[in-house]
Design a protein around this ligand. Structure first.
Ligand code: RB5
Length: 147
């Protein structure tokens, strides 16, 4: 599975850490940048990851900024993206089970690397439950059509 990953300067070190972590697990990681710790604007990277996932060039996206808030707000503007900010594994589990989230957002300044690893593992290993949740996802898709 391909995973598109991006951050801003505040979470650059976490991106680099998770990139290696995922590659060691056998995932193909598309690193959308940035490629240094220089100050950047998070919406640029939210757009790169979101479009990659929306275009089905990657199965999932992972985004990080200082809090994860800016990345969440930005990437959820892209049609077809359901991004979830998750600070611990249970949130990531429910984001997949109930919300069929296709982008996981983490906080580089609010989480340690180990907690980020657990949260990513849970996200990638949890399936969407469908059923009543499918109806709710479809209602969100309808909202996108009316934008
Ligand atoms: C950058 O200082 C910070 O604002 C950004 O990483 C993020 O937390 C925004 O939501």
């Amino acid at each position: 599975m391909k995973i598109s990953i991006g951050s801003d300067h505040a979470a650059y070190k976490m991106k680099e850490h998770l990139k290696k972590y995922l590659e060691n697990k056998g995932f193909e990681v598309i690193d959308e940048g940035p490629f240094s710790e220089d100050r950047v604007d998070y919406p640029v990277y939210a757009k790169k990851v979101g479009e990659r996932v929306a275009n089905k060039e990657a199965g999932y996206g992972i985004l990080m900024c200082g809090t994860g808030l800016g990345m969440s707000i930005a990437v959820n503007k892209i049609k077809g993206i359901r991004a979830a900010l998750a600070y611990y594994p249970k949130m990531a589990e429910l984001a997949r089970q109930h919300n069929n989230a296709n982008v996981l957002v983490l906080g580089g300044r609010t989480m340690g690397f180990e907690l980020a690893e657990w949260t990513v593992d849970t996200f990638l290993n949890t399936e969407f439950e469908g059923g009543r949740h499918e109806r709710r996802i479809n209602l969100i898709s309808e909202m996108e059509e009316n934008l």
